[in-house]
Structure formats: C-alpha cells, structure tokens
Design a protein around this ligand. Structure first.
Ligand code: ADP
Ligand code: MG
Ligand code: MG
Ligand code: MG
Length: 391
C-alpha cells in the first residue's frame, strides 16, 4: 500500500497520487476536479492533455450529507472495489474497471466513464436509454444468481458473505428506508402540505406491520450479494452502453431489494413526466423483469450447483417470492425517496408546487399500495397495471 495514514485527498494530492501510481507521465500537465455529487465520498476526475482520464473515488470518514457528526467506516471503499471486481467476473461490460485500490487511503482508482451520463439526469432530460433494461436485467440475473446458493458453491458463498459483512452501511438503509419514514423522525424531510398523507402512513398499523416484515427480511435473508444502492443515480448510461457504479452498500440480502430499488426509481421518473412520455419507463420495468427471469432461468438450467433446483415448480416459486419482495421494497423506496432524508431530483425538481405535490402524493399512495398488496400481485404485468392506475 501507498501510505499508512488516511488523509482526505485534495485536487493537488490526487494528481501527485496518480503520478506516483504511473497513471500519467510526470511531465504531462494533468487536470483534476472533484466532481462528487453523492452524499458520502470524494470523486476526483483527472485528465491529461490528450484527454486520457481516470477516476479516484475516496471514502470520507463521515457522511458528507450530514457532516462530521455522522462518522462512517472507511471500509466501505474496500467493499465497493471488491463488489465491482466480483461483478466484473459476471458482467465485465456493465461495471467500470478497477485499476487500483488502497485500503488505508480508502480509494478506488477506476475507469473514467465521463463519456456517459448518470441515468437519473438523462431520464430527467427526457432520454429513454433503449438498452437500459436489457443491460440491468443482465446485471441483476448474473450478479445475483452467481452469488446465490443456486449458482455458487455453498461453502464459498458463506466465505464471500463474511467478506461482504457491511454493518454500518446496512444500518443506514435499515434506518433511512425501513424505519424513519414510518414515524415522525427528525431525519424526515417533506413539504408541510404533505403532512395529511404522511400522517396516514404513520398511523397505518397494517402498513407498519408489513414494513416490519420487509425490514426483517432485509436483515436476515442473505440470498445473494446485492449492489445495495441500485437507484438510477448509480447507473451511467448512453444509447448503447450501461455501467453500474457505487456499490458501497453491497452485502448479502434479499434479491428483490436490488430489483425493487431499480423499479421504484424508474417509477419516480415516470411520475415526473407528462403522461405520454411515461410509457417507456414501464416498458423498461417489463423488459428488465423479462431479461432477469430469462437469464436467471438459463443459468439455473446450465450452472446450478444445488440439487433441489431440479425440483419441479421450484424455480417459479423462487420467481414469485422475488417478485413479491421486489414489489414490497419498491414500495419502501417510493416512500422514503419522497419523505425521508435522501430525496430524488426527479420529484424535487418538478417546478410547479402543485404538480410536485400531486406527484409526491401519488408516489406515497403507490408505495403504500405495493407494500400492502405485494402478495396479491402475481406478475410484472399486474405490477405495471397497478402502477399505471396510480401515476
Ligand atoms: P457516492 O457514493 O458519493 O454517491 P458515486 O460513486 O455515486 O459516489 O459518484 C458520485 C458522482 O461522481 C457520480 O454521480 C458521477 O457523476 C461521478 N463519478 C463516479 N464514478 C465515476 C466514473 N467512474 N467515471 C466518471 N464519473 C464518475
Ligand atoms: Mg452515488
Ligand atoms: Mg455511494
Ligand atoms: Mg400470492
């Protein structure tokens, strides 16, 4: 390793580091800009005069969004780079290449993806990204199957599970997704006009019971190595490429959590669009599920390591429970992105207050509906049908 003591990099020391690591010739003039827009980390973009670029992402020892009062483990940098490397075994074209990591500095040096756009931003600008669902369906099928007990030797899986114990980052999700939005917590953040519908959520004991079940499943159901933060802000896209970044929340959890977060973030984008332009988001949901289940089935047939996968009816049982989880977690994501600590720009940037409040109210009602009715929605078509009735 390069240094023993952690220090946050500056644009100047990031350049020195890149030279020391031979990413650039000493002589070249290097430009460096901190471009992090996330909540937890520094991201340096370095380029030389030939426009050759590299990214250095560094974890901070606290959550930037809250300030130094919220300490956060540096180990997440290692989790992130290990997760990117694990994903690269299965879907090398769908993640940035990791060039170098340093545990002490909490850095990941990786492929520069500046030629792509963060898909949330692109979708907000009306882009449709025709290959997004094909690629994310593949990403989900491969990364989840090959780290689950269906596709990975069960002893190896348990060892990998130890490597990806991620208690502090999981705790953030446990609080911000499953706990805080469902009571009057200080971390919540919403327009006061929403209070009547928010109060309904806080007072709905059957809803809170279902959320408790989903949270418990998140805590205990280590099915596969999840990305853990698979919203549209963690996906770079163009019309022909897709790259998934930012898996610092990776851990072994329920498969439906990744799928559900992705679906919910497509839905919040749909809610921000005029009706004629929403269809493409639901086509993406449909296609993602189709590609996910088709690929997962192929892998199940070809690469299964478990004898019970031969049991008749078992695969469709697995898909049914993944779909039920997906719908429940999508519901939690819709609610927490509307009234919790971390919002989405899709909804927050709707300029007219009236339109914005309408969209947010729909997000909350749809979220509630998903959580309460997830066991009675038996296909992705029904899931889309229900969504269309709300948007
Ligand atoms: P955080 O964990 O803080 O959310 P991200 O990994 O999401 O950090 O990165 C924050 C931002 O930095 C991204 O939205 C993107 O604009 C930029 N970024 C991150 N990784 C890359 C990359 N490999 N290439 C180009 N830009 C990147
Ligand atoms: Mg991010
Ligand atoms: Mg992150
Ligand atoms: Mg059922």
């Amino acid at each position: 390793t390069l240094t023993k003591t952690y220090e946050p990099l500056t644009e100047t020391t990031a350049i020195e580091l890149a030279i020391k690591l031979h990413f650039f010739e000493n002589s070249t003039s290097i430009n460096c800009k901190e471009i992090g827009d996330g909540n937890l980390n520094l991201v340096f973009h370095l380029t030389d005069e030939n426009n050759k670029g590299v990214i250095i992402k560094q974890a901070l020892p606290y959550a930037k969004v809250v300030g130094e009062s919220w300490p956060l483990t540096l180990k997440r940098a290692q989790i992130e780079s290990n997760s990117l490397k694990e994903a690269a075994k299965h879907v090398p074209s769908l993640v940035p290449t990791v060039y170098y990591t340093d545990e002490h500095l909490a850095i990941t040096v990786m492929e520069d993806l500046s030629h792509l756009t963060i898909s949330r931003k692109g979708l907000m600008n009306g882009e449709d990204y025709p290959l997004l669902s094909e690629h994310i369906g593949q990403f989900l099928a491969k990364t989840l199957f090959y780290t689950s007990d269906f596709g990975l030797n069960q002893q190896k899986k348990k060892l990998l599970q130890q490597q990806f114990a991620n208690p502090e980052l999981c705790k953030i999700t446990e609080d911000l997704v499953f706990t805080d939005p469902f009571y009057d917590s200080e971390t919540n953040n919403f327009e006061r006009e929403l209070l009547p519908v928010v109060s309904e959520i806080w007072n709905d004991s059957s809803l809170k019971l279902e959320v408790a079940k989903l949270k418990y499943s998140f805590l205990t159901n280590g099915e596969a190595l999840l990305h853990g933060d698979l919203h549209t802000g963690s996906i770079f896209a163009s019309n022909n490429e897709t790259k998934v970044i930012d898996p610092e929340f990776a851990f072994f959890g329920p498969i439906g959590f990744d799928v559900g977060q992705f679906f919910a973030n497509l839905i919040v984008n749909a809610l921000s669009r005029e009706p004629q332009k929403q269809g493409v988001l639901f086509d993406h949901i449909n296609k993602t599920w189709d590609v996910f289940t088709t690929e997962f089935t192929k892998q199940w047939t070809l690469d299964s390591v478990e004898y019970f996968t031969k049991t008749e009816g078992y695969l469709s049982y697995v898909f049914q429970s993944i779909l039920e989880d997906t719908i429940g977690y999508a519901g939690c994501e819709l609610i927490r992105r509307t009234i919790g600590l971390a919002h989405v720009a899709d909804l927050d940037n709707i300029p007219s207050i009236e339109t914005r409040l309408k969209a947010k109210t729909k997000a909350l009602q749809l979220g509630k509906y998903f959580i309460l009715n997830r066991a009675n929605i038996h296909s992705v078509e029904d899931f889309i049908q229900v969504s269309l009735q709300h948007v």
